[in-house]
Design a protein around this ligand. Structure first.
Ligand code: XMP
Length: 534
């Protein structure tokens, strides 16, 4: 196993992710664990190496240092950014401060052969120097290496961008190998954990389940947990994982706000109650939601109403459950499918200096209001890891690889005022679009267009246009198809769907969904448009 000591960088979890990708088991712990703790952690003989992360601060602002035991165990250590600086200082070198810090692209020259960088390069100069394309944290830098170290990498502005003491197997880099902008970063971390530390690549998602199950059992004990199941990927995987750990101590509450996709409610119940045998309370609150939305057409106001009602309904269910279980304490934990990108986005990256952690947008503030403790077993995982975990837990691939669906559901896909009639038309049109995307296979890649797009859906436009059907004139509603490709949902391109796919989808919607006589395709990218229309 590998120990990652976290000095508070926003990207520490990326180091863990890269190590997991190398199939090596690792744990992230705060940098201020004691030397005794480190020795205890290593006592089973499985600890093969330590990685010291970067920090958001400078060595001059904070005095965080690695516990001395790290350098007494005789195992390899890799320092990254701040981790390099603290390694240099702790072993007798010098670090020079600077007021300016920036994070940016740099080309780094690799010096001589070190086991960490040997054979790893992006290009070579005419003089034959191996060069690496990296993301560098400029600012403080090591100006004098500790005894025993030699230069491993340099740039003109940072002569000691990497250093190594190969006898002791200590390596350090000023740049960030864990971010994808460092082209060979994954190769370097792989080299460190597998070849230098000799950690065995035997870690798989199945092991993660066992560890997570053990952690959940320990955290929860014999108390009860409730979870808001939305049918989305994250809450579904969290539910399956927690159910695996504590079975009937978990109650899922599935709020149907009447703005879900076609048959979604039944599918969720079938999966969780039918197949997994989890306790699921289905609350049909569609009348309540649709009732409160009458006459409301402003998008933000709609979102607020849906969000507030969701919290109200969930709270009411939670107290009902408590009353029904008179005698027992009722739930004391609220489980959420918060994943690592949510944690970063809300500025609460896990670190010993963790700032306030904002909860998931759909149930923000709930744990405090309900007086519940939070259980967030997916906090350290990235989306694709959550999906892998879902599959390993036995959830159907189709569910786990679904496009994201916003909390307010069709509420933000029906422009203006929401009506049941509109929602019913939209659900049917959308189901046809999704079915066609799944059926349409791209020859070049062998993938369906559903898998080739990041998010695709149908939007209901409450305007009528004239058409002709058979011998008659129609005067019906319009829908827009939306399909985008994106890696982070912050920017997105509209997908160049095959004309044949658009043609078939449009034909089917107009013929099969009476009430819609026109289909348009949205060719706007984000920015300046957003992915959702509201
Ligand atoms: P926009 O429309 O802002 O959407 O480009 C970016 C991504 O966020 C999703 N989205 C939401 N997800 N609750 C959610 O859980 C929301 O209120 C919400 N609003 C937008 C959207 O579907 C897209 O994937």
């Amino acid at each position: 196993k590998i120990l990652i000591l976290d000095f508070g960088s926003q990207v520490t979890q990326l180091i863990a992710r890269r190590v997991r990708e190398a199939h090596v088991y690792c744990e992230v712990h705060p940098c201020d664990v004691t030397s005794d703790w480190v020795r205890e952690f290593a006592a089973d003989g499985r600890l093969k190496g330590v990685i010291l992360s970067g920090s958001h601060a400078s060595v001059y602002e904070v005095d965080d240092r690695a516990p001395d035991a790290v350098f007494e165990l005789g195992i390899p250590v890799l320092g990254i950014c701040y981790g390099m600086q603290t390694m240099a200082q702790q072993l007798g070198g010098k670090v020079e401060g600077s007021n300016s810090r920036e994070f940016g692209y740099a080309e780094v020259r690799a010096h001589g052969h070190t086991k960490l960088l040997e054979g790893i390069e992006d290009f070579s100069t005419p003089q034959g120097h191996g060069m690496l394309k990296v993301w560098m944290s400029h600012g403080d830098k090591v100006t004098q290496m500790p005894e025993g170290f030699k230069i491993m990498a340099s740039t003109p502005s940072c002569p000691i961008a990497g250093m190594a003491d190969e006898a002791r197997r200590y390596y350090a880099v000023q740049f960030h190998p864990e971010v994808t902008h460092t082209v060979q970063g994954a190769a370097m971390l792989n080299r460190f954990v597998r070849d230098i530390c000799g950690a065995s690549p035997d870690w798989i998602m199945g092991d993660y389940i066992e560890e997570a199950v053990a952690r959940i059992r320990e955290q929860v004990g014999n108390e009860e947990v409730i979870l808001g199941l939305s049918g989305g990927v994250d809450s579904s995987v969290a539910a399956a994982l927690i159910h695996r750990a504590i079975g009937d101590q978990l109650t899922c509450v599935f709020v149907d706000h009447g703005l879900l996709r076609l048959n979604e409610g039944d599918m969720v119940m079938d999966m969780f109650e039918g197949k997994l045998h989890a306790k699921v309370v289905r609350v049909d609150a569609s009348d309540l939601f649709l009732g409160e939305l009458v006459g409301v057409s402003e998008p933000e106001q709609k979102r607020k109403i849906i969000g507030r009602l969701f919290v109200d309904v969930f709270k009411a269910e939670a107290s009902k459950l408590k009353a029904a279980n008179a005698g027992s304490q009722g739930a004391s934990f609220l489980a959420q499918g918060t994943i690592y990108p949510d944690v970063i986005e809300s500025g609460g990256a896990k670190s010993k200096k963790a700032v306030t952690i904002k909860s998931h947008h759909n149930v923000g503030g709930l744990p405090e209001q309900l007086g519940l403790k939070l259980l967030e077993p997916l906090r350290d995982l990235f989306k694709d890891e959550v999906r892998e975990l879902g599959v390993a837990l036995g959830l159907p691939r189709e569910m786990v690889y679904r496009h994201p669906f916003p909390g307010p559901g069709l509420g933000v896909r029906i422009l203006g005022e929401v009506k049941k009639e509109y929602a019913d038309l939209l659900r049917r049109a959308d189901a046809i679009f999704i079915e066609e995307l799944r059926n349409w296979i791209d020859e070049a890649t062998g993938k369906s267009w559903y898998d080739l797009t990041s998010q695709a859906f149908t939007v209901f436009l409450p305007v009528k246009s004239v058409g002709v059907m058979g011998d008659g004139r129609t005067y019906d509603y319009v829908v827009a198809l939306r399909a985008v490709q994106t890696s982070d949902f912050m920017t997105a391109d509209w997908a160049e769907l095959p004309y044949g796919l658009l043609k078939k989808t449009s034909g089917r919607i107009i013929n099969e969904v009476r009430g819609i006589n026109r289909v348009t395709y949205d060719v706007s990218s984000k920015p300046p448009a957003t992915i959702e229309w509201e």
